[in-house]
Unconditional design. Structure first.
Lengths: 261, 443
């Protein structure tokens, strides 16, 4: 579904991503971990198409298509969804209006009929239940005056309504208490099937107790320093990121060459 | 079209001569006003209040008194006008002339007077006009009020009896449609809200077609003690129209004026809105929305005079400016020495859609009392790039996303409207204007 090859990206003059290689297949959940500043959020934003991130080398193929050439809205219409680390407040646009505009834009681009107000309301209510979101928040302006947890839950609601093929969660777990974390996990798990993939960008292992990943990658200084199964996350939890350094990254690369991967 | 320079005083004096003389008191006032205008002429940019609005193009054009009815089917236009519900009381002036056939004066409820000045004279309400006209809007101090007053032969009168609550909005419609020649109109309104009354009055200043015209309106508003009035000034002038308006209000004890001023087009728009919180506990909330694109110019000058203790004012004006449009907001707040415990809050927000659009925003506080709370804030910004990306990342195309954000910005004003139907209709009108390409495409 997603093939990232030797991806380099700059923010301003600073090179943040320095050769990312990652393959995500349909049905998989990948966790991307790593210390602050390792490039996790940059990767998420580059995949979603945010301005201000300049790709200097490498390629990203999404369902066989050059993702980097697509405008953010075109990526969304093809099924990519980014749950924002810092969801944006938009005064003057109600949550439901926003979601309906988004869903219908996506449906229209796929040649599907747009949902009318009643159909949409049914759908959004059902999804709001899933993420235990107070219906009053649906009629409020997008994220305006929402608590941190409500904003994150709203991201998961959007994801649940838009049903993306590739969901990228950028530190959705940060700042959440355990109950909110479980709700987020429920939202993600309900989306899991063999057609879809999820990339979880997270700083902590905690979320992975509830969303069990197929693969875990550790990002360090703009490269994937280690990859492994779900047990890698537990190891990081025990030992921290101290063991992941430049040498480790080189060793990992060598091992991979030896293994012929 | 180019015009030779003309002497505005001589031009309007000659037009004055074409108006059949009226009886005593009004004729005297009209002549006085004409002389005042002849002395002052149009204001110039050397005057502080007109620094950013150049009236020279207005002075150059020999606007004529309208002599003919418009070509459009006005009845059909009004039937399609989204703000007007069938059956609502409405006074309609077309090209300066009262149109009884299009008006709906009989539907005013609760003994409210909704009438033309002339009809009021026959219906025995003549005293109201004579008593109040020119009492609130000074033709000695303001050239545009003087010019309007010089041509007052008729107008729209609304008088709400004491303690009456009028549920349905009352409409005053001034429609202008020039033919081949540029014309001028001088709309005049007198709105009297009796003590303890509640009502909504909507003034609509509409232009039809793309001919040149000059509309110079004056509205005088008096609120009795504890009266509550929602007043709307909806200006949707033609693309080549000059729209100048003056609204002057006086508020009695604990009265509440909610004012909504919407400037939605025209080549040059200048609105002066003044209210005097004359007696203790009076409150006003002034909201304004101005949209300008292309080479339009829109100027809002407001003055809130706190003249008595415990008076409160809240003001929010928002502007959306695209293309090479220019905007002006000047918000003056005067607090007289006796107006202790005044609370005054003022905010002006501007959204610029292009590098060539510009706005001059100026708060002007003149405070002569010591126990007051006055705040003001002015912002000038662009479309929020984070919000734009957020919308796009959810599948909304860039043009639609921009439009959504512009409409959201404008909705801060319309969402504050209390009457549900008026709010819905005005929100729709604003959305429709903002959906035109000139607002969306540029970056």
């Amino acid at each position: 579904m997603l093939e990232i090859r030797n991806l380099h990206a700059k923010v301003g003059e600073q090179e943040i991503l320095r050769g990312i290689d990652l393959e995500v297949r349909a049905g998989e959940v990948h966790a991307i971990m790593g210390p602050n500043g390792s490039g996790k959020s940059t990767l998420a934003n580059v995949l979603a198409g945010r301005e201000g991130y300049e790709v200097t080398a490498g390629s990203v193929l999404y369902q066989g298509e050059n993702l980097l050439e697509l405008a953010p809205e075109e990526r969304a219409r093809r099924g990519i969804f980014l749950a924002f680390q810092y969801p944006v407040e938009i005064p003057g646009i109600s949550n439901t209006y926003f979601l309906k505009a988004a869903l219908n834009a996506i449906r229209k681009s796929r040649g599907l009929p747009e949902l009318d107000a009643i159909e949409f309301l049914q759908l959004v209510r059902e999804k709001a239940k899933l993420v235990e979101m107070d219906e009053a928040l649906l009629n409020r302006a997008v994220n305006e005056g929402f608590s941190g947890g409500e904003k994150k839950r709203n991201e998961i609601l959007q994801m649940a309504v838009l049903e993306p093929k590739l969901a990228i969660l950028d530190e959705t777990d940060s700042g959440l208490d355990i109950d909110a974390l479980k709700i987020v996990a429920r939202g993600v798990n309900s989306l899991r099937d063999k057609e879809r993939a999820v990339i979880l960008v997270t700083h902590y292992q905690r979320l992975l107790d509830y969303i069990v990943p197929d693969r875990v990658h550790v990002l360090f200084e703009g490269r994937i320093a280690r990859s492994g199964g779900k047990e890698l996350a537990l190891e990081l939890e025990r030992e921290g990121y101290a063991g992941i350094d430049e040498r480790g990254a080189e060793r990992e690369l060598k091992e991979r060459e030896v293994c012929g991967r | 079209m180019t015009y030779r320079m003309l002497d505005p005083s001589a031009h309007y004096r000659s037009c004055f001569g074409l108006v059949p003389p009226d009886d005593g008191w009004l004729e005297r006032i009209r002549r006085e006003a004409l002389e005042r205008f002849a002395e002052s002429g149009f204001p110039t940019t050397r005057q502080e209040d007109w620094k950013y609005t150049n009236t020279a193009p207005l002075a150059k054009i020999p606007f004529r008194m309208p002599s003919q009815a418009p070509e459009s089917d006005v009845k059909a236009l009004l039937a399609a006008y989204p703000l007007l519900a069938p059956g609502d009381a409405a006074i309609v002036f077309v090209n300066g002339r009262y149109r009884a056939d299009l008006s709906n004066a009989a539907h005013a409820q609760e003994r409210a007077v909704v009438s033309s000045f002339r009809a009021a004279r026959q219906d025995g309400h003549r005293g109201l006009v004579a008593e109040h006209l020119t009492r609130y809007a000074s033709y000695t101090a303001r050239p545009f009020v003087a010019l309007n007053t010089a041509f007052v032969t008729d107008g729209a009168l609304v008088s709400i009896p004491e303690q009456a609550t009028i549920e349905r909005p009352i409409h005053l419609i001034f429609l202008t449609e020039p033919g081949a020649e540029p014309i001028f109109c001088q709309p005049r309104a007198l709105i009297l809200a009796g003590a303890g009354s509640r009502a909504s009055v909507l003034e609509h200043h509409l232009g039809e077609g793309d001919g040149e015209y000059f509309s110079n309106s004056v509205s005088e508003i008096a609120l009795g003690d504890r009266a509550q009035l929602d007043h709307f000034h909806v200006a949707r002038p033609g693309a080549r129209a000059f729209h100048v308006s003056t609204v002057q209000a006086r508020q009695g004890r604990e009265s509440v004026l909610r004012s909504y001023s919407l400037s939605l087009g025209g080549r040059l728009v200048r609105n002066d809105l003044d209210t005097v919180l004359a007696e203790e506990g009076a409150q006003c909330a002034l909201s304004g929305l101005y949209l300008a694109a292309g080479s339009q110019h829109v100027d809002n000058h407001t003055t809130i005079e706190h003249a008595a203790p415990n008076s409160t004012s809240e003001e929010l004006y928002s502007g959306v400016l695209g293309g090479r449009a220019t905007g002006v907001f000047n918000g003056k707040v005067i607090v007289r020495p006796e107006a202790q415990k005044t609370s005054a809050r003022q905010k002006n927000r501007n959204l610029l859609l292009s590098n060539d659009a510009a706005v001059n925003s100026k708060p002007q506080l003149e405070i002569f009392a010591d126990d007051v709370r006055c705040t003001h804030a002015a912002t000038v910004g662009r479309i929020d790039e984070d919000a734009l990306f957020y919308l796009r990342s959810r599948g909304v195309a860039i043009a639609a996303a921009r439009q959504l954000l512009i409409r959201a910005f404008a909705s801060e004003i319309t969402s504050g409207i209390q009457e549900r139907e008026v709010k819905a209709a005005l929100t729709e009108v604003v959305s429709e204007i903002l959906s035109s390409d000139e607002w969306v495409e540029e970056r």
